[in-house]
Ligand binder design. Structure first.
Ligand code: CP
Length: 305
């Protein structure tokens, strides 16, 4: 049985295969409409979510299956002290596959080790968010046509932003991908990502603090919000929260074909006026998230169509 805890659980070939299935789903949704009839996904969300939880539920329903679950720790027996290990043993009796989001790094791995159904990490603390990465890769491959030979700017909270950590982990495996890490000093990418991921894979990267300086050379800009929920000190969050704001004036510095991605939710870091710019693809990105999660469910349940 296979789980998805980190993007590295899938080889580059498996990623390609998954994106091919997702593309076919987007073109032929009726072909897939009943393939999960009788199957259930459990969404165990100990942290808030709009996109990830609902897109997993929509994905299973689009495949003809059903969804059950909880959307906060306080509405589950975690509030009475039940462990993740015990919870997943219970859920294994109710569902065929599960997606779990938890504030603690490693919680999805603990669930996988105690589960008799496939577990998908839907975000574990500031660590990883592999299905957001699948969504990002699908968006880039579809709209750019390739995942190699790209200069990618990652901007904002690179310290706590798990989507950034997962995306870097996935993209270092493609050739000639250069990273421009744009953050204030306080929110730099963690040293394990710099040393164990970027440097260990020989990836070219630079760290800068000015978005304006980086913009003209980028093929893609991946904006992120400052992760309020990971700060211990509210004053520090307030000082950092508007460190970057992408507006139409800054967009004039970017190439005509530079894409703007964002895992969402957005707070202030992209002005709403940028939404009208055809280079802003963060709402399209959300739709790709449903197709790729459908493809992932089929893969983990070993359903061939
Ligand atoms: N991108 C993302 O993980 O969004 P949610 O927190 O709404 O699931």
């Amino acid at each position: 049985m296979k789980h998805l805890i980190s993007p590295l659980d899938l080889s580059v070939e498996e990623l390609d295969e998954l994106m091919n299935v997702a593309l076919d789903i987007s073109k032929n949704p009726k072909k897939y409409a009943e393939v999960c009839h009788g199957k259930k996904i459990a969404t165990l969300f100990y942290e808030p979510s709009t996109r990830t939880r609902l897109s997993f539920e929509a994905a299973m329903m689009n495949l003809g299956g059903n969804a059950l679950g909880f959307s906060s720790a306080s509405s589950s027996s975690a509030a009475k002290g039940e462990s993740v290990a015990d919870t997943i043993r219970i859920i294994s009796c109710y569902a065929d596959i599960c997606a779990m989001r938890h504030p603690k790094e490693g919680a999805a791995l603990v669930a996988a080790m105690n589960s008799s159904i496939p577990v998908i990490n839907a975000g574990d603390g500031g660590h990883q968010h592999p299905t957001q990465t699948l969504t990002d890769l699908m968006t880039i491959r579809t709209l750019k046509g390739h995942l190699d030979h790209l200069t990618i700017g990652l901007c904002g909270d690179l310290k706590f932003g798990r989507t950034v950590h997962s995306l870097i982990n996935a993209l270092v495996r493609y050739s000639n991908v250069r990273f421009v890490l744009i953050s204030p000093d306080e929110l730099r990418v963690p040293s394990y990502i710099r040393h164990d991921v970027l440097e260990a894979n020989g990836a070219e990267y630079q760290e800068v603090s000015q978005l304006e300086d980086a913009l003209p050379k980028l093929d893609l800009l991946y904006m992120t919000r400052v992760q309020k929920e990971r700060f211990f000190n509210e004053e520090e969050y307030i000082r950092m929260k508007d460190c970057y704001i992408l507006d139409t004036k800054k967009m004039t510095l970017a190439r005509p074909d530079m894409l703007v991605l964002h895992p969402l939710p957005r707070v202030n870091e992209i002005s709403v006026e940028v939404d009208k710019d055809p280079r802003a693809v963060y709402f399209e990105q959300v739709q790709y998230g449903v197709y790729i999660r459908m493809a992932l469910i089929l893969k983990l349940l070993e359903i061939q169509v």
